[in-house]
Design a protein around this ligand. Structure first.
Ligand code: OAD
Ligand code: ZN
Length: 244
């Protein structure tokens, strides 16, 4: 793997266009639970109870209880060396895009600016009646939070299963996948669409692909580099040349 890391560092150093796709694994070392695998959120919660539009229509209190639990948990943690390494990368790469499936906001908190939150953001709420978006960092939004403008029921501004991604954001993510020379795929199980297909779009357009994960994924076979280990350890190694 050391050879792979050195080889990848060289590619990073000469790439003008790098796109990164992150998933829950990059926040795992911050103490945010991932969704799948041992200790994963979907072991304790049913997707169909808390993360679909039907669930919200049926039992918005239960859905809010789940999101209040996540708000509380995430408000206690902070970004880790993996996030910081991507800030460093953004500083040094001309054409840099960070696509994240995470809703925790830790990439922004770490200092990245060129990111696309394709599954939304936990700290933004949307009125189900008038559509108003509001940033609200409360740890607890209460049982059934209401819009200050129209009194409508608020929901988290995240993408639930069965919902479409924001077409503008998805379009930008697809462009970033198609235009890059190198795509780093970090801490994602690479099974939720359309995020998972971005790597194939990048590869089809000629990019090299590098996966950073503690285990192999269904996409590992398509990768030019498979670096097995923690994002918080491998990403800092990849950018260490930049630091002085
Ligand atoms: P998953 O929980 O499916 O996958 C997390 C991945 O991170 C796994 O492949 C782990 O092996 C890896 N991992 C864990 N710790 C790591 C570490 N320290 N360093 C590197 N890798 C590590 O999370 P996602 O792939 O992000 O969607 O899941 C995708 C989407 O499914 C989420 O955005 C969410 C979820 O249901 C919605 O809620 C719409
Ligand atoms: Zn409203």
């Amino acid at each position: 793997m050391e050879k792979d890391i050195n080889e990848l560092k060289k590619i990073i150093a000469k790439s003008d266009r790098i796109t990164v796709l992150t998933g829950a694994g990059i926040s795992a070392e911050s103490g945010v639970p991932t969704f799948r695998g041992s200790g994963g959120i979907w072991r304790n919660y049913q997707v169909t109870d808390v993360a679909t539009p039907q669930a919200f229509a049926r039992d918005p209190e239960l859905v809010w209880e789940f999101y209040n639990w996540r708000r509380k948990l995430i408000s206690k943690v902070t970004f880790n060396p993996g996030h910081k390494a991507l800030v460093e990368l953004e500083k040094h790469v001309n054409d840099f895009t960070l696509i994240t499936q995470n809703v925790d906001g830790l990439h922004r908190e770490a200092g990245n600016r060129r990111f696309l939150e394709i599954h939304g953001n936990l700290w933004v709420v949307r009125c189900t009646k008038c559509g108003m978006l509001t940033m609200d960092r409360s740890q607890d939004m209460g049982r059934l939070p209401k819009c200050t403008k129209c009194g409508g029921l608020l929901r988290p501004n995240v993408v639930w299963f069965g919902e479409s991604l924001n077409p503008d954001i998805l379009g930008k993510a697809i462009d970033a996948a198609r235009n890059c020379e190198l795509m780093l795929i970090v801490g994602t199980s690479a099974i939720v669409q359309p995020a998972a297909s971005l790597a194939f779009k990048a590869k089809a357009a000629g990019a090299e692909l590098a996966e950073i994960n503690i285990e192999r994924t269904p996409q590992s076979g398509q990768m030019d580099f498979v670096l097995t280990g923690k994002a918080g350890e491998i990403l800092p190694m990849l950018v260490e040349n930049y630091e002085r």
